[in-house]
Structures are given as C-alpha cells and as structure tokens.
Design a protein around this ligand. Structure first.
Ligand code: C2E
Ligand code: CA
Ligand code: CA
Length: 437
C-alpha cells in the first residue's frame, strides 16, 4: 500500500497548473476539492499507529472513488487536495464531494477502542470560473470549505458571493482583524527542534495557531489563504514579525538561548517591504537578527519567473544577518547545486521522506544524500515530522543535525515551551546524577 502521494503544497499546485493547461474542449474544466478533517486536535492526540492506520484507510477509500485521471495529494497530513480534470458538468463535482464525504462517514469511527470524533469538510472550485490559476483555485476551494464548515454543511462549491456577503467569511474577517489588533485568539506556538549531538533544544519553529470566535481551530494553511484573500497579508506580516521578535525577547529574558524560525509564503518574497518590517520588529524588541531564521519553501525560492524582486528580498534578508532555511526540501525540483547559490544555512527534509524512512530504501537514500550534500556545502539539516525513536536514531546515524517532530513535542504556547526546554535540560542533569550514583 502506497503512502499518500507525498507532495507538498507547491508540488500539488504545479500539478494542478499542468492540468489546467491540459483542458479539453467540451469540459467545464478542472475541479479542485480541498478536503480536511475538522477534528485534527483530537486526531493529534491519537497514538501515531492509529493515526497512520486511519490515514491509510482513508487514502484507500478516497482512491477507490477516483477516476483514473484524477489525482490525490496530501497537504500537511490534515488536508487532502483532489484534482479532477475534464469534468463534464459542475454536477459531477457535487457528486464527487458527496462520495468523499460518504467515504469518511463510513470510515471506522473507532480503532482499538479509541473513538474518532471525525468530521470532514469539502470545499470545491472549478476552473476557469473560480480561479485564474492553481493557487487561486485552491484558495477558492478552501474558502468554500470554510463556509461549509461554519454552516455545518459537509460540502460546498465556491461562488464569489461567499466572499462578499457570506456571514461566515465576513465574521472570519472581523475575527482576524480583531486578532491583529491584539486579540488573544491568534498565537504563535513553538515546536522544539532537538540538536542531535547535544540532545539540547537550541531552536524552534513558530507556527500559527488561530481559534476563531466560534472557538474553532482553523488550520494554518486555511488562515494564510484567508489572509491573502482578504488582502490582509501586510497586516499579518507585521503581526507575525512583531510576535516572533517579542518571543525572542521573552526567551532571552528567561535565560534561554533558543533561535526561532518563522514561515514566509512565496508571495512575501515579492514584497520588498518585508525585510524592513522584520528589521523594525527586531529593533523594537532589541533582539539580534542572528536569532531569527526565515523558512521558505523550496519551490518559492527557485521560481524562475520570480525574477529580481525575489533575489533582492533574499539578499536583504541575508544582509540583515537573518538565517535562511529551505522548507519542505525534496518536494520541489531543484538540484542541490542551487543550494550553494542560495546561500542558506539550513535545509529541512520534508516530512514525506521521513514518514516511511524505516521501510523505504528509496526515502533513506534521499535523506542520506540531502544530508551528505548539505554538509559538503556547510548547510545544516533538520528532519521534520519525526514521530518515533527508531526513525530519529536512523537520522542521527545519517548525521542529521536537528530533529523536529511529535516524538519530542508538538508546537507549544510560549510559556509551555519555556517549561519544556527547562525540563529537557533537567532531564540531562538528572540522568547524569543517576549515572554518578
Ligand atoms: P510547515 O512549515 O511544514 O510546518 C510543519 C507542520 O508539520 C506543522 O503543521 C507541524 O505542526 C507539523 N508537524 C510537526 N511535526 C510533526 C509530526 O511529527 N507529525 C505530523 N503529522 N506533523 C508534524 P501546522 O502547524 O498545521 O502548519 C502547517 C503549515 O502551515 C506549515 O507547514 C506552514 O507551511 C504553514 N504555516 C504555519 N504557520 C505559518 C505562518 O506563520 N506563516 C505562514 N506563511 N505559513 C504558516
Ligand atoms: Ca516550516
Ligand atoms: Ca515543512
């Protein structure tokens, strides 16, 4: 049984774009369905074995409902993206969503006595009406999903009025604006990265967490889409940079030497104001730029059509003294030679290569060669999505520098993160004492 097609967000979009270019006469176009499970918080607390087994079952069930030309992608393990080319009518899309919903409804609600309070939400969009390119199509599908979720309907096809008059989107917008002006609902949580040789936590990734006014947790990719759709990217970035700098300040006050990385989207690399905003935030909180790392996905860095503004922004970020990291490495199409030119400090091996490391010789080979080549260029390597000891051990043997994943911890609120780092440092000391006695 294959794992879910291990392809990142941009990989999936590249594929959607290819299929858009492939449109045939007499079809309404390409349908894109974003499907996500709404009880991810509950799912996360499931033992990993169960979660994996559930994901595999669902993959099999969804695949069984696809036509040969359809494609299934996993985005972050919680959101599935389904691409349906050459639809004969919009009705086919509605039908497809019903079938996927049914697949989830009929799925095992209980695995080894653990109940899965599962709810699935489908949002769909049709090309060419609902988006000029793959990115906008997916965003439209996600907006439709949001509306469906808020209205307690399983599935919805996008229509433009959803953004204008829908109380759901309008209220989400209100929630978001309030959150930007200091509301407590929007937070950055920190996921520890463990430095392999020392076992210490020397860095962490800041991940967005948002609970809207209805108390629902909204997955970060959806929040980011929504921010773009509402034209609030600039406000969000200001919020993000200020909060990251504030967290760095707080960590220093707590006496912890921990670097923090934040995620930038591809579109941020076109925004020549981004480096200045970051620089302002750092000086407001009096923290050194060396403490902040910027994670950028592989594909967004190498987009050849991106041209000069991207290089200029990257150059400025480097000049400020920030470190750069390539996220989701291995999912794009760049050769390692580009690593050198990009002058990054870190590469993150995508979770899709980590999941099956123990079973897949191919994935081990990919991971080993990423580590080897990165080290030759003086670039550090973090493996993300590590969930078990054996995989961590294997990566350590390969020379991987940092390990991030649920094995150690999920992303924690800053206060809990501080406790976690202290407790971890304590663990080392206690172990030594026991050894001495
Ligand atoms: P990412 O940058 O690849 O972040 C890693 C994601 O993997 C996080 O999901 C994290 O919770 C999850 N993860 C970490 N370890 C494990 C593990 O062992 N197992 C599994 N199954 N998952 C693990 P999260 O927080 O849901 O974020 C999803 C994506 O949303 C991120 O992927 C990133 O692309 C985006 N995102 C999050 N925060 C921000 C932000 O502030 N700005 C932007 N532009 N994007 C963000
Ligand atoms: Ca990241
Ligand atoms: Ca990643």
């Amino acid at each position: 049984m294959d794992a879910l097609t291990p392809i990142g967000f941009f990989g999936a979009l590249t594929d959607v774009s290819a299929r858009l270019a492939d449109l045939r006469e007499g079809s309404v176009g390409v349908g894109v369905i974003s499907l996500y499970t709404q009880s991810d918080a509950a799912l996360y607390r499931l033992p990993l074995e169960h979660l994996r087994r559930f994901e595999r079952t669902m993959e099999r069930e969804i695949r069984a409902r696809l036509r040969p030309q359809d494609a299934l992608f996993a985005i972050d393990g919680k959101e599935w993206l389904i691409v349906l080319p050459n639809l004969s009518s919009a009705a086919v899309l509605t039908l497809a969503m019903l079938r996927f919903e049914q697949a989830f409804n009929e799925a095992p609600q209980e695995i080894d006595g653990i109940v899965l309070p599962m709810r699935v939400v489908c949002g769909a969009a049709l090309s060419p009406d609902h988006g000029k390119d793959a990115y906008h199509l997916l965003q439209s599908a996600r907006i439709a999903g949001l509306v469906a979720g808020r209205a307690d309907i399983g599935s919805q096809i996008y229509n433009p009025s959803m953004e204008e008059s829908s109380p759901s989107v309008a209220s989400l917008e209100r929630d978001l604006r309030a959150a930007f002006s200091g509301g407590p609902e929007l937070e950055l949580h920190l996921q520890p990265k463990v430095h392999v040789p020392s076992g210490e936590c020397r860095s962490a990734e800041a991940l967005l967490r948002w609970r809207n006014s209805a108390g629902q947790w909204v997955p970060p990719p959806v929040v980011v889409s929504l921010i773009d759709r509402l034209g609030m990217r600039h406000r969000f970035n200001r919020w993000l940079f200020q909060h990251a700098a504030q967290i760095l300040h707080r960590l220093r006050m707590e006496g912890l030497e921990v670097d923090v990385s934040i995620n930038l989207s591809a579109t941020d690399l076109y925004d020549t104001e981004v480096p200045d905003l970051i620089s302002q935030a750092l000086s407001t909180w009096n923290v050194s730029a060396e403490r902040l790392c910027i994670e950028i996905t592989e594909t967004s860095m190498i987009d050849d059509s991106a041209g000069e503004s991207v290089s200029a922004v990257l150059g400025r970020l480097r000049q400020l003294g920030l470190s750069l990291s390539i996220d989701d490495f291995g999912t794009g199409f760049s050769g390692m030679s580009r690593l050198k030119r990009l002058a990054v400090q870190e590469v993150k091996i995508d979770r899709s290569f980590v999941i099956d490391l123990l079973n897949s010789a191919r994935d081990r080979e990919i991971a080993a060669s990423i580590i080897d080549l990165s080290h030759r260029l003086g670039v550090e390597v973090t493996a993300e999505g590590v969930e078990d000891e054996r995989t961590a051990g294997l990566l350590a043997d390969m020379g991987c520098d940092h390990i991030q994943g649920f094995l150690y911890s999920k992303a924690l609120a800053p206060a809990a993160f501080v406790d976690w780092v202290r407790a971890r440092a304590g663990i080392g000391v206690v172990a030594e004492n026991i050894g001495d006695g």
